[in-house]
Design a binder for this molecule. Structure first.
Ligand code: PRX
Length: 637
């Protein structure tokens, strides 16, 4: 472990020297004056005074040596479309998109909201923003109109880029009603919606703000738009993520630090080389998509595979056939996908030639030992679990093969990555934990390059939320519980806050509660996450009705439960839909009126909640127990 330990120590004790070296991985149009400005903690500014551009580094820089190499391979099993773009093609498409955006008034510092399915134009749009110095904010296509509107109002974009439709599991999802509703709900709706017409939706959007991409693309077919040289700390993007409140936080990232961090991570953590092919099965709406479908592989001169579809359509062998067809070297997805594949015919896995594949990376939720062992044995390849967050942008914990290959410890994502001063701390005293003791995973100041700079438009929220939650210490809280062994390996033990993780999707229970509360029949609601064999966690809702008689007979109760769940689809998006809605006449609370969420979650998982001396009315616990048991019996458990 020597090399790893020295490497990590240097990154913490001599960050200037360490990151100065790593900064050589990217092109600086103007060299930086200083590696790190730590004059205003907890804010950190990396590579101050340096000027660079993410699009230049991801695309233009490769034209000299790999113009004819594939940059982007696009496969959709939803539409049957497959496209390949060399670096030269990608460069041309990004220039066209940038010219179109510019013609619609987009300039440096403006926000562009991207609400798109997994289509190549999403990549062009993100890179075009980077080229122009505009700030992209990608909103996951599964979010409903009110969620989209809330993000519009926070980011106040100059432009919204959208499509006629998304597609999932063979079903077309018409975006027109969603975009229309979001545009009319939002107080800060942009003047234009740029529409990528896939010709999937039966009805076409037809609103005054609508601009069609295709004719403009033709008009700007030969356009060449120069890259804006941005100061390293200008924002590159905003990505909204869920927290404890109902209002998602806009995670803001810089330009230079992000470029350096990703370029280094591809080498040290993913062991990717220029010319390699990487397939990250995620969505561009999530941070894994931003970092490892788009920016990191392109920064490194690799070929990235972008996939629209599920892992089991047309059958469970599709991903492995992609590995064979496209000679994929590195694969990255979430454990949920592997648990889904585990239920498929294993012969499908062995039908493909997987010789090109070196490693499978998994992140986003806990990787359970049986799943890790199953997939590693089935593939005959190493599986690397890695732990991080939207906020950090790249892994905090991993076995960093490019630094030193350490023995794998099943059930642990590994040891702290270089750059992260990761310490487990006692939740009450803030003191470092002894090995084997459960604590909150924290990071010391400064966060390394690539991590969030602030909450968009709300520095105070950044400080309050992340840097003031550990007693007596100004450290960054991940809001994850963990435990570290004597060799430094950390095990993740769940969130300390009200965030749950359903199929690798991060959701705030408050957001789901707010959506449910908008249903007229609901007086009060508590949403908790419970263990789920495939999705990791599932959301359960416990609802107190305004009029209990509305759910008096089982048929009426079922109907109402469905109606309430559907409200979540409409307000938040189907990803937030609770797996079950239970009716109770009272929720367990403390005498001061605080919901006893951990107690509810324990009961919902069939565990006893322990002593609750502050509970107002203990019979509320019995109601939760009974509701869960009754549902279990109905399902024949
Ligand atoms: O609770 C941790 C869990 O996912 C959260 C971050 O989710 P998100 O912001 O969507 O970013 C995902 C980036 C991969 C974390 O706070 N989490 C992430 N990776 C792991 C994990 N839990 C256990 N093991 C992991 N490898």
């Amino acid at each position: 472990m020597r090399r790893y330990r020295d490497f990590h120590r240097e990154s913490i004790e001599q960050p200037d020297a360490f990151w100065r070296r790593e900064a050589a991985r990217v092109h600086w149009e103007t060299p930086f004056d200083a590696v790190l400005d730590r004059s205003n903690p907890p804010f950190a500014r990396w590579f101050t005074g340096g000027r660079t551009n993410l699009c230049f580094n991801a695309v233009d820089r490769h034209l000299a040596s790999r113009a004819q190499q594939n940059a982007l391979v696009y496969v959709s099993t939803e539409t049957g479309i497959e496209r390949r773009y060399t670096y030269a093609d990608l460069h041309a498409e990004v220039n066209r998109m940038a010219a179109v955006m510019r013609s619609l008034g987009v300039k440096r510092g403006d926000r562009v909201l991207i609400y798109l399915p997994m289509i190549p134009e999403a990549v062009f749009a993100m890179l075009a923003c980077a080229r122009l110095g505009a700030i992209h904010s990608v909103v996951f296509g599964g979010f409903a109109a009110p969620s989209l509107a809330a993000r519009i109002d926070d980011a106040k974009p100059m432009l919204l880029v959208s499509a006629d439709a998304g597609a999932r599991g063979g079903k077309v999802i018409d975006y027109a009603p969603l975009v229309d509703e979001a545009m009319s709900r939002a107080a800060h709706a942009p003047p234009h919606v740029l529409l990528i017409d896939r010709q999937l939706a039966p009805e076409r959007l037809d609103a005054p703000y609508l601009v069609h991409y295709e004719p403009l693309r033709e008009q700007f077919y030969d356009a060449r738009i120069p890259c804006e040289w941005l100061e390293s700390n200008e924002p590159s993007y905003i990505l909204y993520t869920s927290g404890t409140t109902g209002k998602p936080k806009g995670v803001q990232r810089d330009v230079g630090g992000y470029a350096v961090a990703l370029a280094a991570s591809i080498d040290y953590i993913f062991e990717g080389r220029p010319g390699d092919t990487m397939f990250t099965a995620s969505d561009i709406g999530w941070v894994v998509g931003h970092s490892y479908i788009i920016y990191a592989p392109l920064l490194a001169g690799m070929t990235t595979v972008m996939y629209e579809g599920t892992p089991i359509r047309p059958d469970g062998g599709i991903w492995w056939r992609l590995v064979e067809q496209h000679k994929i070297n590195l694969m990255f997805t979430a454990p949920t996908a592997i648990r889904v594949l585990k239920k498929q015919d294993p012969a499908l896995l062995h039908a493909a030639d997987l010789s090109s594949l070196r490693t499978l990376f998994l992140a986003g939720e806990p990787l359970d030992e049986p799943t890790a062992t199953w997939i590693s044995d089935a593939l005959g390849k190493p599986v690397v679990d890695n732990y991080w967050q939207t906020e950090t942008g790249w892994p905090m914990l991993a076995n960093q093969g490019g630094v030193e290959a350490l023995p794998q410890k099943l059930g642990s994502p590994g040891v702290p990555c270089y750059g992260y001063d990761l310490v487990l701390r006692d939740e009450h005293t803030g003191e470092p934990c002894a090995s084997g003791q459960k604590g909150v995973i924290t990071l010391g100041y400064p966060l390394p390059p690539g991590c969030m700079q602030t909450v968009w438009g709300d520095d105070a929220r950044f400080v309050r939320t992340y840097w003031e939650s550990v007693p007596g210490q100004q450290v960054y809280s991940t809001f994850d519980w963990g435990m570290q062994d004597e060799n430094g390996y950390v095990t993740i033990l769940g969130r300390t806050d009200d965030v749950i993780n359903v199929a690798g999707h991060r959701l705030g229970t408050r957001e789901i509660e707010e959506a449910i509360s908008s249903h007229a029949a609901v007086a009060e609601v508590a949403v908790v996450g419970v263990n789920d064999a495939v999705k990791g966690q599932a959301a359960l809702a416990f609802v107190v009705l305004r009029d209990a008689a509305a759910a008096a007979d089982p048929k009426a109760a079922d109907k109402l439960a469905t109606a309430i769940a559907t409200t979540v689809d409409r307000q938040l998006g189907a990803i937030g839909r609770p797996a079950r809605v239970h009716f109770v006449s009272m929720l367990p609370k403390t005498r001061s009126g605080k919901l006893l969420r951990r107690a509810i979650a324990a009961l919902a998982e069939g565990r006893e909640p322990g002593d609750l001396p502050t509970i107002e009315d203990a019979s509320a616990l019995q109601q939760i127990r009974e509701a869960v048991n009754a549902a279990g019996e109905r399902q024949g458990r």
